[in-house]
Design a protein around this ligand. Structure first.
Ligand code: VGL
Ligand code: ZN
Length: 192
């Protein structure tokens, strides 16, 4: 029987793209690749999830609150919106994370839909077995989402040409990919 799959798009938001407050080099270049995956999943009637970093204005995640990052992806701001060219269908499920003022919450599996249902639970309800994951950033939210997905028992394929990293250290993205593969993720650059 064919494997049940879902597309999980991580944090393709303005603040992570060039011009944003926590911009990832070439972050916007994932959009065209992801749009091709969206089109395929959508026309096959397969589920599409999009996570968003969705912070309160004041959080310990920000350097203004003692954390690591410049303020970014604040709820209901321009920077928190999905990239304008990301062609998410209306049926895509939006999963918001980082809403707590006290936690970083890098993983999509720490996030919930509008009704407070977690990503893992939603995927299990659909009988999903494998996740195809792309988005931003390779070395943070993509990595932790992939690792948690594997821990929760899903098979995971990293869409390697549909991710970009923050690279605080230049090797961070490459190391993150190694870590995901070591944990059991497959990698693909094919347009499925
Ligand atoms: C992220 C840094 C801070 C991410 C989120 O989406 O990868 N990175 N907040
Ligand atoms: Zn964040």
């Amino acid at each position: 029987m064919e494997e049940k799959v879902a597309l999980v798009i991580v944090d393709v938001q303005n603040d992570f793209c060039p011009g944003g407050s926590l911009s990832v080099a070439e972050g916007d270049q994932v959009v065209a690749v992801l749009n091709r995956h969206i089109e395929k999943f959508f026309s096959a009637g397969l589920p599409i999830f999009a996570t968003r970093d969705w912070h309160p204005a004041n959080t310990r995640h920000f350097n203004t609150g003692g954390g690591q990052w410049p303020p970014h992806c604040v709820q209901n701001t321009e920077g928190g919106k999905f990239h304008p060219d990301l062609a998410l269908p209306k049926s895509a499920v939006i999963i918001s994370k980082g809403v707590s003022p006290d936690a970083d919450s890098y993983s999509g599996f720490e996030a919930t839909d509008a009704a407070g249902v977690g990503l893992g639970q939603r995927l299990r309800r659909l009988g999903v077995e494998r996740l195809f994951v792309g988005g931003l950033a390779t070395d943070y939210c993509v990595k932790f989402t992939v690792l948690d997905g594997l821990k929760e028992g899903f098979k995971v394929t990293l869409l390697e040409d549909a991710v970009r990293g923050v690279n605080l250290r230049p090797s961070d993205s490459a190391q993150a990919i190694e870590e995901m593969v070591r944990a059991g993720a497959d990698r693909s650059t094919a347009s499925i």
